[in-house]
Design a protein around this ligand. Structure first.
Ligand SMILES: [Zn+2]
Ligand SMILES: [Zn+2]
Length: 290
């Protein structure tokens, strides 16, 4: 799944007692214990982000670009470019072009929905000690406590982890010939999944660039307004962060409450959002549930 590895933010459980200071962009960064997500105030996103120093909570997290980050992003970028060129030589015109465009549109939707499901899972289940996903779980949940920190990350730092996952996927696409529509779908899905964290970062910026603002207004990238609706206690909706087009449908149909009910029925695990707002459990399990 292309959403594995979506970046490093902060943590909900915190790194107890760690005191570390690093310098970047004239900011002092302290690793401190993070408050429980439920204690985060629900002020508007732009106010929440305004003029605050970055705060790191996840052990090993940092704001500087490291060589492995630059290498993974450049590697994924070069493979993505090679795949795009390869695809363009196969598309041709007429029917081929139409199916390729269909694949791109489907990939755009799928990447957005996938980003929401992945985000929902990491926001609500597991801890920093969860195998494989522990670092990302800390990062996603901690992002609620200090959402402004992501704006202090450069491109390489921000998307290096998903880029690592994208490298073998682009390589496989280059290695195997597929129908144009399928290849366009996969290429779009993986590319947008790798870039999702950057789109997410832009939605937190006080002053995104003019082209980004235009793409947000056109509905092609997740906007500050739409993503701001996620940053409200109990963080129970608006999980999609590519362009957010799937948010309304998923929330209106109570897709995530149904998933939470299914997880509860199968495993007995309850999501964090139920702790923050017990009425969500009632909503997920039915009015008669307690
Ligand atoms: Zn979240
Ligand atoms: Zn956010």
């Amino acid at each position: 799944m292309a959403f594995v590895g979506v970046s490093a933010w902060s943590t909900v459980t915190g790194v107890r007692g760690t005191k570390c200071v690093e310098k970047r962009r004239r900011c002092t960064v302290s690793v401190v214990e993070t408050p429980r997500v439920g204690s985060v105030r629900t002020e508007p996103l732009k106010e929440k982000n305004r003029g605050r120093e970055p705060v790191l909570h996840t052990e090993g997290d940092k704001l500087q670009d490291e060589p492995w980050m630059i290498g993974s992003v450049l590697g994924a970028g070069m493979l993505a470019a090679a795949e795009a060129i390869s695809l363009s030589t196969q598309v041709g015109s007429g029917f081929g072009l139409a199916t390729a465009l269909l694949g791109v549109a489907a990939g755009y939707l799928f990447a957005d929905a996938g980003s929401g499901i992945y985000h929902w899972a990491l926001d609500n289940y597991g801890t920093k000690d969860t195998p494989v996903f522990g670092y990302q779980i800390e990062a996603f949940q901690g992002h609620h406590a200090s959402p402004w920190t992501i704006t202090n990350r450069g491109l390489f730092n921000n998307i290096s982890r998903p880029a690592i996952v994208g490298i073998p996927m682009f390589a496989l696409m280059l290695a195997f010939q597929m129908p144009v529509a399928v290849e366009a779908f996969l290429c779009t899905t993986v590319t947008l999944s790798v870039l999702a964290q950057e789109f997410h970062k832009w939605s937190h910026m006080q002053r995104p660039s003019a082209p980004v603002k235009f793409l947000m207004a056109a509905g092609l990238l997740i906007s500050t307004k739409v993503h701001g609706q996620h940053h409200r206690n109990p963080f129970e909706g608006n999980y999609c962060i590519v362009n957010g087009v799937c948010n309304d449908f998923l929330d209106r149909t109570k897709f995530f409450r149904k998933l939470e009910g299914l997880v509860y029925a199968l495993t007995g695990n309850t999501p964090i959002c139920w702790d923050l707002d017990p009425s969500l459990k009632v909503e997920a399990l039915g009015e008669s549930s307690t």
